[in-house]
Design a protein around this ligand. Structure first.
Ligand code: SAM
Length: 276
């Protein structure tokens, strides 16, 4: 018997037209659709005239359900995984299922589609050559500040999901950890009627959000610019290696090798060599 396939299917994050033709085709054809919330997804599917068989797969039952799904696929059924919105597994359930399928040698195919983090990043105006997706920060303020402090020297653009209830506290935590001058972008209600992008220093953004209650509503992605060279600590070992390699190689090549090794920006190391 030929085993089936697990399809990872993104769904819209606001505007229903953001579902792809291929997603609709797969959802129509599979034997079972595993959904985070069957009632929520039932509404979406009926909007598109899809009468799929829904199974609940959420964070509390996904380990047990994964086994049953793997068994079904091994018997030849095709199953789609969807979440409430966007791409499954991205701050959403699905990781235990996908890893169980991979371990069982089952084909997993992910369809490209909506994801709030990637959409926000592509419109933010912050560097996109390197970014770090951080999901949700801890809910308690002290733990949030500690999590942010650990990222102070991070050179990549940082992308967070945030709740509107916590946005003011989080901007305050960013000011505590990074200082008020760090550049921040807040993407709100992407693909919906009140889509807004606010950008500026952390202090400016905090003042804007505090002054306008509408900016504390809806769904949001918060992005923090990566540390610039003067905000980063380039590890001394990296500087030593850079010096040795720069004596033998063109500066750009030396910078690229050291950056790859120490997770730094090549351009910052290149500038450092040139400033020496
Ligand atoms: N898997 C989803 C994805 O691919 O984007 C994310 C799921 S996570 C549980 C939900 C969070 O994503 C929200 O709290 C918010 O931070 C972000 N989000 C989802 N839709 C959004 C939208 N339309 N605009 C801004 N942020 C959104």
């Amino acid at each position: 018997m030929t085993a089936g396939t697990l399809y990872i299917v993104p769904t819209p994050i606001g505007n229903l037209n953001d579902i792809t033709l291929r997603a609709l085709e797969v959802l129509e054809q599979v034997d079972v659709i595993a959904a985070e919330d069957t009632r929520h997804s039932g509404i979406l599917l009926s909007h598109f005239g899809i009468k799929g068989k829904l199974w609940a797969l959420h964070e509390h039952n996904e380990r047990q359900k994964a086994e049953a799904i793997v068994a079904r696929i091994a018997e030849g059924q095709n199953i789609a995984l969807i979440s409430d919105a966007g791409t499954p597994l991205i701050s959403d359930p699905g990781y235990p299922l996908v890893s169980a399928c991979r371990a069982a040698g089952i084909t997993v195919t992910a369809l490209p589609g909506a994801c709030a983090a990637i959409t926000a990043l592509s419109a933010a105006g912050l560097p996109t050559d390197r970014f770090l997706f951080c999901g949700f920060l801890p809910a308690k303020q002290q733990a949030r500040i500690s999590a942010l402090e650990a990222l102070v020297s991070e050179p990549a653009t940082m992308v967070f999901y945030e709740s509107p209830r916590r946005i003011v506290d989080t901007l305050q935590a960013i000011i505590t950890a990074f200082g008020g001058e760090r550049e921040v972008v807040l993407a709100r209600e992407i693909s919906k009627q009140f889509e807004t992008y606010l950008h500026g220093s952390a202090s400016t953004l905090l003042a804007q959000v505090q002054a306008d209650a509408n900016q504390q509503r809806g769904e949001m992605v918060l992005m923090i610019a990566g540390a610039k060279l003067d905000q980063q600590t380039i590890p001394s070992d990296a500087l030593k290696l850079l010096k040795v390699l720069s004596a033998e190689l063109p500066p750009k090549k030396a910078a690229k090798i050291v950056a790859g090794h120490y997770n730094l920006r090549p351009n910052d190391l290149y500038k450092h060599t040139m400033a020496e």
